[in-house]
Design a protein around this ligand. Structure first.
Ligand SMILES: Nc1ncnc2c1ncn2[C@@H]1O[C@H](COP(=O)(O)OP(=O)(O)OP(=O)(O)O)[C@@H](O)[C@H]1O
Ligand SMILES: [Mg+2]
Length: 200
């Protein structure tokens, strides 16, 4: 079997395993751990220094990000959220000033910025990026949902010379000794869970 195919299969297996474990977590526990994780993220010096902060609207059994987005606004920072561009298959970024009014339901029911009311933001301008994902390792390896949206976005940041702080918030059950990696996978700088602050 070609090496790339083997890695892709390993990624798919790991995705299914972690997703099943994460989906099995009780909603109350997910909320409690989400609050603990958000508390750790906003305590980071890199977050406190940041002006443009990218986040994502959580769905399903993901870390609940609503309180993080509110904290970004309360800290006087600019909140940046992604919108899937179906033509380019990339993420377009917008500054979101009002979480009630500026978001519309996008693909998979995930809320996205409404482009008519939000201003576009360049990926190069980001200071701090909270990335989603399924599994993470201690070396900064990240396994996403398999679409390459975040790998492409982060590559475009890095290629432009920007050096945003890239952080994942995840539950302990999403940590793995080593996630399968390909050359295009961009590493995260830190993974924060309900019990750990991992600097990668
Ligand atoms: N920089 C890139 N340029 C072009 N294609 C890319 C790039 N990065 C990733 N891809 C493509 O995206 C697809 C999915 O990649 P991968 O399995 O790493 O997704 P993922 O990391 O789980 O997803 P995401 O980045 O959305 O969280 C792969 O086919 C890969 O070739
Ligand atoms: Mg990847």
């Amino acid at each position: 079997m070609p090496a790339t195919l083997a890695i892709r299969l390993a990624k798919d297996n790991a995705r299914a395993l972690v997703l099943a474990k994460r989906n099995a977590m009780a909603a109350g526990l997910r909320d409690r751990h989400s609050r603990e994780i958000v508390g750790r993220i906003v305590a980071m010096e890199e977050f406190q220094r940041a002006r443009l902060v990218m986040a994502y609207c959580s769905f399903g059994s993901e870390l609940a990000t609503a309180s993080f987005m509110t904290r970004v606004h309360q800290s006087g920072k600019t909140l940046v959220l992604p919108r899937i561009n179906r033509q380019t298959n990339c993420l377009d970024l917008y500054a979101v000033g009002n979480l009630e009014e500026d978001l519309v339901e996008g693909m998979w029911g995930i809320r996205e910025p409404e482009p008519r009311t939000c201003s576009p933001v360049s990926a190069q301008a980001l200071d701090f990026v909270l990335v989603p994902g399924l599994a993470f390792d201690f070396g900064g390896g990240r396994l996403g949902y398999g679409r390459g949206y975040y790998d492409k976005l982060l590559k475009s940041c890095l290629d432009s010379g920007a050096r945003p702080c890239i952080v994942a918030g995840a539950f302990d059950l999403q940590l793995s000794e080593r996630v399968p990696k390909e050359a295009h996978d961009v590493l995260v700088h830190a993974v924060l869970t309900e019990s750990q602050h991992i600097v990668c």
